[in-house]
Design a protein around this ligand. Structure first.
Ligand SMILES: Cc1ncc(COP(=O)(O)O)c(C=O)c1O
Length: 431
């Protein structure tokens, strides 16, 4: 009789994030200070200084989400109504929403099937006189192929924004994500390699872009980096504001408690990334020869931080005649039944999702067919996003948001390999 017991035992996973005494101490210190907010709060400024140093950027502004930081970057780039911003067809929807928030049109480009990131060779065809910027997303912790993208941006006078929401610590030719474009953003939402609950960072080494983003972060008021000198921490939320509205803005400042937690988590980030890398490398090595499985391919000039470990599936190589999405769903269910934490993350390319496919925007034609455009933006065509669609139909993510591989021991990874090999040795019987 074959055993029906789960391969991965209950109770061996570690939940993410990992909270230590150092985290508790830092948050308690913040709480006891009774300073809960303010653009020059000590925890906020500490987090910004330490993150800027860790990334290697001149300016850093912490925000209450990665999406907010992206919107600040789009605004700092002075992207306006009817303008266009190029981004990959496979990313989290926040990347495209940030463009719409400035009444601009997100223009999607297909991905490289090996790296899952924007295909630089397909960018040029999407550039128009309205294009103002490119957002390169470093998806799942692997940097996009930045050099050719930079070259295109330089040639067409476009700003380059890095969406490094998933890529704290990733490198490209030895340089860190966050230092590769004109501006970059990170997310510190709870599932990220640097988790604090909800929050983000905007970073740049360009003074003018930082100044604009800084004003945007707090209602578009006349905020200046020099204002910090006016602050007396006995009056932490007084004295600093110009009270003059000089541009559009929002409220994108985080509180002191999330900033405090981010500081202590930042001290643990390199070690956490190393654990993710060890687990990612182990899974790759162990699974690369299993027919029907394709682990992520990491180009030699990049180091990933495996924010997500996306495993591609090839039904034909596994000896199964089934549509890729059907095969994926069966494999996902079988792995979950074995106790493997795994999930789907995004199931359709963004341009094929309702809001972007129908170009709803803000209604009344805005921004796709607004008064600022002489002609409507072209509708996304499914054949333009074939690589993204094929990837999403035929892959799953090992690890879940609550139990990602960054948090797990090597023992858990060994159980995963055993479970995956067991499922694939009898994969034909699933159909
Ligand atoms: C690629 C990407 N960009 C942007 C964001 C937005 O970050 P946040 O959730 O902090 O707003 C995320 C969050 O998952 C993301 O994965």
């Amino acid at each position: 009789m074959p055993s029906t017991a789960k391969t991965v035992p209950d109770g061996i996973h570690t939940m993410w994030p990992i909270i230590t005494e150092d985290d508790k101490k830092q948050v308690m210190e913040s709480l006891e200070s009774r300073i809960l907010t303010g653009p020059y709060g000590p925890q906020l400024r500490g987090a910004e200084t330490e993150f800027a140093q860790w990334v290697g950027a001149k300016h850093c502004l912490m925000t209450n989400s990665g999406t907010a930081a992206l919107h600040m970057a789009v605004e700092a780039a002075q992207v306006g109504p009817g303008d266009e911003v190029i981004l990959p067809s496979f990313t989290f929807l926040a990347t495209a929403l940030a463009v719409l928030h400035n009444n601009a049109v997100p223009v999607f480009v297909d991905i490289d099937p090996d790296t899952f990131n924007i295909d630089p060779s397909k960018i040029k065809a999407k550039i128009t006189p309205r294009t103002k910027a490119v957002i390169a997303v470093h998806l799942h912790g692997l940097c996009a192929d930045i050099d050719p993208i930079k070259e295109i941006c330089a040639r067409h006078n476009l700003l380059l924004i890095e969406d490094a929401a998933q890529a704290h610590g990733a490198t490209y030719k030895g340089r860190k994500a966050g230092t590769l474009g004109d501006m970059a953003i990170f997310s510190v939402q709870a599932s990220k390699n640097l988790p604090c609950g909800e929050g983000g960072f905007f970073v740049t080494s360009n003074d003018a872009l930082a100044d604009r983003a800084n004003k945007m972060r707090l209602f578009g008021q006349d905020a200046s980096f020099e204002d910090e000198k006016l602050i007396n921490l006995n009056w932490p939320i007084d004295r600093f504001r110009g009270f003059e509205s000089i541009m559009g803005g929002w409220q994108y400042l985080p509180g002191e408690l999330p900033a405090a937690l981010t500081r202590s988590q930042l001290r643990a980030l390199d070690a956490h990334n190393e654990n993710a890398r060890r687990n990612g490398r182990f899974l790759t090595e162990q699974l690369k020869d299993v027919p029907g499985l394709i682990p992520p391919r990491i180009p030699a000039d990049r180091e990933t931080v495996y924010h997500k470990f996306r495993l591609r599936l090839d039904p034909a190589a596994a000896g199964v005649d089934a549509p890729p999405a059907v095969f994926r769903d069966k494999v996902l269910a079988a792995l979950q039944a074995e106790g493997v934490e795994c999930c789907l993350w995004e199931t359709k390319p963004l341009p094929l999702q309702k809001y972007f496919a129908e170009q709803t925007g803000y209604g009344r034609g805005c921004p796709y067919n607004c008064a600022h455009r002489s002609e409507p933006a072209p509708k996304p065509q499914p054949e333009d996003y074939a690589n993204a669609k094929s990837l999403l139909d035929s892959s799953l993510v090992l690890g879940s948001h609550s139990y990602p591989i960054i948090a797990q021991s090597i023992e858990v990874m060994e159980y995963y390999v055993k479970a995956i090999k067991k499922v694939f040795s009898g994969v034909k019987n699933l159909f």
